[in-house]
Design a protein around this ligand. Structure first.
Ligand SMILES: Cc1ncc(C[n+]2csc(CCOP(=O)(O)OP(=O)(O)O)c2C)c(N)n1
Ligand SMILES: [Mg+2]
Length: 318
């Protein structure tokens, strides 16, 4: 992979979200934001290995996945600020980004709900016979939910071309995963006898290599594969309204992970001065934020358009 370009993509996600968090503190973001800061290497590493016509399913922490899938940062910023020209017409906000043009099937706010949806898409890809995989991202908490077992077991039974990327940040909102489960995500999927690999989720090159191998296995008919990426949220679980939550994780733990920030890890391997790149990406984000803030809000008359399907889907497949 081109490390400099991966660095730029991670930096764009980081600055995009930092600018949104500043907006949220000023009360400009309707609803909540679940920042991806600190986990950028997972999205960029995995989606760099995807073919553009392979569907991706995300969850509420979806900004990084959507940007790495190629969605327009301008349209995303407008969407999250609920402005005209938003990716989903200003109706999804931060948590439900979807973009058919970039094969982002959708993002769910219900923990683990993305997994069965992705299994359905993988079944469709399998029937389609074009050798495409489907990628789904989930948290370490989601992997413990009932829907995850149902998805993984049916995916294995049907040998679905499904790549499950578990972003193991050690926490489930303000609950440490170790307080509520005695098995790690890798132990859980081992118990289901599923092929899986554990990777340093803050090392974009390692993530990319793991995802490349797992996707090749999915496409070749080897059935579902799981990549467990160990990573950490730099900020916090979510910001609702203008108040960031009080910090709930031990300072020592946060400092330990901050020293292994994915941008720092990648920068350490790039023999170039990155100052200009930072200024360039920061200017790009400032520009699109100003443009989004200058945009109007959607016409209330459009509230009910595009929210349900009127096609006879069953009839269309008969
Ligand atoms: C079914 C369901 N239960 C509870 C919640 C509330 N909730 C939102 S995020 C979250 C934690 C999920 O943790 P994890 O899967 O590890 O993902 P992370 O937020 O750490 O990325 C919970 C419990 C929810 N959205 N859906
Ligand atoms: Mg988690």
């Amino acid at each position: 992979m081109d490390l400099l370009s991966a660095y730029r993509d991670m930096l764009r996600i980081r600055l995009f979200e930092e600018s949104l968090l500043r907006c949220a503190k000023q009360g400009l973001v309707p609803g909540s934001i679940h920042p991806y800061t600190g986990q950028e290497a997972v999205a960029v590493g995995v989606l760099g290995a995807r073919r553009p016509d392979e569907w991706v399913v995300s969850f509420y922490r979806c900004h990084g996945h959507a940007l790495a899938a190629g969605c327009s940062p301008q349209r995303m910023m407008r969407e999250i600020l609920c402005r005209d020209g938003g990716l989903c017409g200003g109706k999804s906000g931060s948590m439900h980004l979807a973009d058919r043009a970039h094969h982002l099937l959708g993002s769910t706010s219900i923990v683990a709900a993305q997994l069965p949806i992705a299994a359905g898409a993988a079944m469709s890809a399998q029937l389609d016979g074009a050798g495409r995989a489907v990628l789904v991202f989930c948290g370490d908490g989601a992997l413990g939910a009932g829907g995850a077992y149902e998805t993984l077991t049916i995916a294995a039974a049907q040998r679905l071309p499904l790549l499950v990327v578990c972003e193991d940040n050690g926490w489930q909102d303000q609950t440490a995963s170790r307080w509520v489960r005695h098995l790690s995500p890798a132990q859980l999927v081992s118990g289901l006898d599923l092929p899986h690999v554990e990777v340093d989720g803050n090392d974009v090159e390692a993530v990319h290599d793991a995802a490349t191998a797992a996707l090749a296995a999915c496409r070749s008919g080897a059935g579902p594969q799981v990549v467990v990426a160990h990573t950490y949220l730099r900020d916090f679980h979510a910001q609702l309204g203008d108040q960031p939550p009080r910090q709930y994780r031990p300072q020592e733990e946060r400092q330990r992970w901050a020293a292994r920030d994915p941008l720092t890890v990648a920068a350490g391997r790039i023999p170039a001065d990155l100052t200009d790149l930072h200024a360039e990406v920061a200017a790009e984000i400032d520009e699109l934020l100003l443009s989004a803030l200058a945009a109007g809000t959607p016409d209330p008359a459009t509230a009910t358009t595009g929210v349900s399907v009127t096609t006879d889907l069953i009839g269309a497949h008969r």
